[in-house]
Ligand binder design. Structure first.
Ligand SMILES: [Zn+2]
Length: 124
């Protein structure tokens, strides 16, 4: 895990980078490539990938395989965050049945990421 310096953590980019650490870990842990004949490399347009139960998670991981840095453009980071939040909220098999009021790590993360994304939208 990357440790951010104090300066970076106080910038918007540093904040988003920190927020992205959780879904990278979570999605990476959730996807199981044991039976994947592409060894976890998402194939765009491949029916098998489109119908795979790990499809959306695998796609996200492949898009964001390289760990983002402070040099990654902010819109790109926000976009990655948005996709991860949507995935965790609606598509992840392990988070689909949480109660409305739940204080597990995932729900707390979704709450924080959601608040940040809403604030971003109001700025543009
Ligand atoms: Zn929860």
């Amino acid at each position: 895990m990357t440790t951010l310096t104090g300066t970076q953590a106080r910038t918007l980019t540093g904040y988003v980078l920190r927020l992205l650490e959780y879904p990278r870990w979570f999605i990476g842990r959730e996807v199981d490539f044991t039976d994947c004949r592409f060894a976890g490399r998402y194939q765009l347009g491949e029916t098998q990938c489109a119908h795979c139960r790990f499809g959306p998670a695998c796609r996200w991981l492949n898009l964001h395989r390289d760990e983002p840095t402070a040099a990654t453009p902010l819109p790109e980071l926000v976009d990655a965050l948005q996709t991860a939040a949507t995935y965790l909220r609606t598509e992840s098999p392990s988070t689909s049945c949480h109660p409305r009021r739940c204080d597990c790590d995932t729900c707390l993360w979704l709450h924080e990421a959601g608040a940040f994304l809403r604030a971003q939208r109001h700025k543009t």
